[in-house]
Design a protein around this ligand. Structure first.
Ligand SMILES: O=C(O)C(=O)Cc1ccccc1
Length: 303
């Protein structure tokens, strides 16, 4: 049985995702994304589950920075995609609702609902949706925007369920571990890297060209500032395919040549099961065939 840390406390969306990604493991809540990742880095947990992006607010920056900056590196081995509908809860005392707390990503996803339904309530950031629930129980906030599972953990009154400004909002979570055996390729994989490219003309274009020229489809591109070096960025690039495939390995080697710093963040199955689109002329057989051809020339068998 593994110990898996997750962004908690109990009752977060991340706990829900962790349950979907694990089977009989011991789940250990951590107060922050940084603490969940640090638990793995310190050897206190075998893996950690953290949110990485959502379809309304985009990147979860604490996760991106934690994966890019801190040592030692961790590698994503699985992902989960959760539909995100919120439950709005209040304390049991009744009374006016003047504050409504939640994780900033949750507040951003119910902004319009709050304006219409709780116009007098001041949105207040909490470290997670479940921390906001705890804050309501403790009388710190009047209401909270939480995950549906939170009401199973905390004694709260439900004001509304199924709340979401954008009907099919989703959040993607990853399970990360120390580098080790990689998941098997499935044909519907995602590979993630983070690269710091020199601040020169065309650097980003050249970085992306390493993928485009090999017919590799991007699934995400994000930039984060390199702290302490204003105007310099790291690029997070997700693309279709698995590092075990010749075409992906070839692209990674190209990226390594282009960039001062590249970190491999994982190759694993996509939760949505979407198969990689491979242009004709960019299949693995083409890459293997080309390498075999060069090898044959080197052996003096071909010209
Ligand atoms: O705070 C939580 O419950 C989380 O797991 C982070 C989050 C916040 C909002 C939407 C999805 C995930």
């Amino acid at each position: 049985m593994s110990r898996i840390a997750y962004f908690g406390p109990r009752g977060t969306f991340t706990e829900q995702a962790t349950r979907a990604l694990t089977d009989g493991d011991e789940l250990v809540p951590a107060e922050t994304i940084h603490a969940a990742l640090a638990a793995v880095r310190k050897g206190e947990a075998d893996g950690a589950c953290v949110p990485v992006e959502n379809s309304v607010e985009g990147a979860v920056t604490a996760t991106l920075d934690g994966l890019a900056e801190d040592e030692p590196p961790l590698v994503a081995v699985a992902e989960a995609l959760l539909p995100v509908h919120f439950t709005v809860v209040t304390g049991s005392g009744g009374g006016p609702i003047r504050t409504v707390a939640s994780h900033p990503h949750a507040l951003a996803q119910v902004r319009e609902w709050l304006l219409v339904n709780l116009p007098e309530a001041r949105p207040t950031a909490a470290s997670s949706t479940a921390a906001a629930a705890v804050g309501v129980v403790e009388g710190q906030f009047d209401a909270a925007v939480v995950a549906p599972v939170a009401v199973e953990h905390y004694s709260l009154d439900v004001l509304a369920t199924g709340v979401a400004d954008v009907a099919d909002a989703r959040t993607r979570f990853v399970l990360v571990r120390p580098p080790g055996e990689l998941p098997e390729p499935t044909g519907h994989d995602r590979t993630s890297i983070v690269a710091a490219a020199a601040n020169r003309t065309g650097t980003l274009a050249r970085l992306l060209a390493e993928l485009a020229s090999r017919g590799i489809n991007l699934t995400r591109l994000d930039a984060r500032p390199i702290k302490g070096n204003f105007g310099h960025y790291r690029f997070f690039v997700d693309f279709e395919g698995h590092v075990s495939e010749p075409r992906i390995g070839d692209a990674l080697a190209g990226l390594r040549r282009q960039c001062a710093e590249v970190r491999f963040l994982g190759s694993h199955a996509r939760a949505d099961g979407v198969a990689a689109t491979i242009d004709s002329g960019a299949g693995n057989d083409v890459f293997t065939g080309a390498t075999d051809w060069v090898d044959a020339i080197r052996r003096g068998e071909l010209a």
